[in-house]
Ligand binder design. Structure first.
Ligand SMILES: [Zn+2]
Length: 138
């Protein structure tokens, strides 16, 4: 498969998101149906099939990558995948839940350099750690 160019990847994700919005929405009139089938025609078949496999089980096929976390399963997304998404180089899937990943449209994306430090493992303990405070600057 040839790699997709910058434009098509973003458009593809937009189409997927729009499709998802329509399919999960309450409005199911003929105009919506028409819009859905139009969108489906724009999406490459392998992607559409994967998406449909997820939605057939009542899951959403597209999740947002917010703060480097998948909005579908809340697990971390590799920074490489985020960078690829940010550059619109290729479509990315969550390794855990298999949803397609899209960047949330409203939030400005954090620069990759801001998320270099690994996040502490998500083990919840009863102990309350003191928050790390920078030395006082007074
Ligand atoms: Zn996920």
């Amino acid at each position: 498969m040839r790699p997709l160019e910058t434009g098509p990847v973003k458009i593809l994700l937009q189409n997927l998101l729009q499709l998802q919005e329509l399919e999960f929405g309450d409005v199911k009139d003929s105009a919506t149906e028409a819009a859905i089938s139009k969108l489906r025609q724009k999406i490459p078949l392998p992607i559409l099939e994967h998406y449909s496999r997820l939605t057939a089980r009542g899951k959403k096929g597209v999740a947002f990558a917010r703060h480097q976390v998948c909005s579908g399963c809340h697990l971390r997304i590799p920074i490489g995948a985020i960078n690829t998404l940010m550059h619109g180089e290729d479509i990315q899937m969550c390794e855990n839940c298999g949803r397609y990943l899209a960047l949330p449209p409203e939030a400005p994306v954090e620069p990759a350099s801001a998320v270099v430090a690994p996040i502490a493992p998500e083990i919840k303990t009863r102990r309350q750690r003191k928050p790390v405070v920078h030395p006082a600057t007074n």
